[in-house]
Write a protein that binds this ligand. Structure first.
Ligand code: 1CP
Length: 360
C-alpha cells in the first residue's frame, strides 16, 4: 500500500502535532452533492450503490475529489448488519429505512445469526479494498458501524423513530431480551469492524446516534457498556508514541452524550465525537490529562448561513478547543441535504487557514 500523503487526521486522533486542524464531515458523500444525486438516480436505489463496490468507491471519492478534506469515509450504512442478520432492509422514497421483519420477541433474538463479515457483508469489505486502492494514499479511509443500542432501535422499532416506545418497553419490561440482542450486536460489530480494519480501514468510528435518548443509568447499561466491549475486542495494533503507522484509532460518537462525557472517556476509545450542544472547552476540561482527541462540533445548520457567518462560527469552534493537539474538526452531526457546495468549500478553507495559529 502506498504511504499516506496526508496523515493529519490520524495524527490528530493520536493527539500528535499537526500544522493545521484536519476536517472531514459526517455524511460528506450524499445528497447535497449533484454528482451523488446523479449516480444515485442511475443506480436506482441507495442499497444498489452500497452493494456495488465500484459505485460505493466512486461515491466515497466524490467529496475527496471536489474538496480539500483530510479523510474519506466509506460509503455504506449502519443498517448493513441488521440486514445481514436477515431483517430485510429497504428504503422507501422520502421515508427512510424500514425492516420487513422487525424484532418483536425473545425467540427471534435467540435465533438471530452473527453475520460473517467476509460472507454476508463481503460487499462492504470489497468496497473498502477497492476504495483504499483508489485513494492511493491521498487521505486515510474511515470504516464505521452503528453502536449496538442504535442498531437495536431500528431493529425493534422497524425503522426510524422519534419516541423509541417499543425498544424502551422492552428495556424496562424484558431487559434480559434486550441484553441478549445487544450482546449479539456487540459481537457482530466487533467482527465487522475488525474485518473492515483487515480490508483497509485506517480508523474506525462507532455511531451511537440514539444513545442520547436514554436516561443517565440506562445509557451506561444499554449503550456505553456494549461500546466498551466492542472497543476491548478491536485489533487496533499498539498505539505508537510517534507516527501513526499501522495503528487504527477508534472514535465513538454519542449524539446528545455531552452530559456523560466523563463516563465516555473511560471506555478506551482514542477519540470522542461531540455534537454542537457542548462547548469544546468544557469538553476538554473533562478529558484533560487523558490522551483522548475530540471530534466536532459545528452546528450543521451553520452551513445555511452566508460565508462570513461560517467563518465566525468556525473561529468560535477553533477558539473553544484552543491551542494544542487532539482536535479533528467536524460537524456536530451529518450535513443537511440542501447545503450549497460553495459553503462547504468555505468551511474547509476556513478551518485550514484559521487553525494554523493554534498549532504553532
Ligand atoms: O436516499 C439516499 O441517497 C440515502 C440517504 C443515506 C445516505 C447517503 C442513507 C440512508 N445512508 C447514507 C450513507 C451513510 N449513512 C453514511 C456514509 C458515509 C458518509 O458520507 O458519512 C454513514 C456514515 C451513515 C451512517 C448512518 N446511517 C447513521 C449514523 C450517523 C448519523 O447520521 O446519525 C444512521 C442513524 C443511519 C441510518 C440511516 N440511513 C439512511 C438514513 C436516511 C438514515 C437515518 C434515518 C433516521 O434518521 O432514523
Amino acid at each position: 500500500m502506498p504511504a499516506l500523503k496526508n496523515d493529519r487526521y490520524l495524527r490528530a486522533l493520536l493527539c500528535q502535532p499537526v500544522d493545521y486542524t484536519p476536517i472531514w464531515m459526517m455524511r460528506q458523500a450524499g445528497r447535497y452533492l449533484p454528482e451523488y444525486r446523479e449516480l444515485r438516480a442511475k443506480a436506482g436505489s441507495f442499497m444498489n450503490l452500497c452493494q456495488n463496490p465500484e459505485l460505493a468507491c466512486e461515491v466515497t471519492l466524490q467529496p475527496i475529489e471536489r474538496f480539500d478534506l483530510d479523510a474519506a469515509i466509506i460509503f455504506s450504512d449502519i443498517l448493513t448488519i441488521p440486514d445481514a442478520m436477515g431483517l430485510g432492509l429497504h428504503f422507501e422514497t422520502g421515508e427512510g429505512p424500514k425492516f420487513e421483519r422487525p424484532i418483536t420477541q425473545l425467540d427471534q433474538i435467540k435465533n438471530l445469526p452473527v453475520p460473517d463479515p467476509e460472507q454476508e457483508l463481503r460487499y462492504v469489505m470489497d468496497a473498502l479494498r477497492t476504495t483504499r486502492k483508489a485513494l492511493n494514499g491521498k487521505v486515510p479511509l474511515i470504516g464505521f458501524s452503528g453502536s449496538p443500542w442504535t442498531l437495536a432501535t431500528y431493529m425493534i422499532e422497524g425503522g426510524s423513530s422519534k419516541s423509541f416506545t417499543k425498544i424502551k418497553q422492552m428495556m424496562y419490561a424484558e431487559p434480559e431480551a434486550l441484553h441478549l440482542l445487544l450482546s449479539k450486536l456487540a459481537q457482530s460489530v466487533a467482527l465487522y469492524l475488525n474485518a473492515q480494519i483487515k480490508a483497509g480501514a485506517q480508523s474506525v468510528m462507532i455511531f451511537d446516534t440514539w444513545g442520547g435518548m436514554l436516561s443517565h443509568q440506562s445509557y451506561q447499561d444499554f449503550s456505553l457498556r456494549y461500546m466498551q466491549e466492542i472497543i476491548a475486542n478491536l485489533d487496533r495494533g499498539i498505539r505508537p508514541e510517534s507516527g501513526t503507522q499501522g495503528y487504527v484509532p477508534v472514535t465513538v460518537f454519542t449524539k446528545g452524550g455531552g452530559i456523560w462525557l466523563d463516563k465516555i472517556t473511560g471506555i478506551g476509545s482514542d477519540a470522542i465525537g461531540i455534537d454542537w450542544t457542548m462547548n469544546l472547552s468544557d469538553a476538554r476540561t473533562i478529558t484533560n490529562g487523558k490522551p483522548i482527541a475530540l471530534q466536532g462540533n459545528l452546528d450543521p445548520s451553520v452551513l445555511y448561513a452566508p460565508k462570513n457567518i461560517i467563518d465566525q462560527q468556525v473561529e468560535q469552534v477553533l477558539t473553544e478547543y484552543g491551542a494544542g493537539n487532539g482536535h479533528v474538526f467536524n460537524l456536530g452531526h451529518g450535513i443537511h441535504q440542501d447545503i450549497p457546495v460553495e459553503h462547504v468549500e468555505q468551511l474547509i478553507a476556513s478551518v485550514h487557514s484559521r487553525s494554523k495559529r493554534f498549532h504553532q
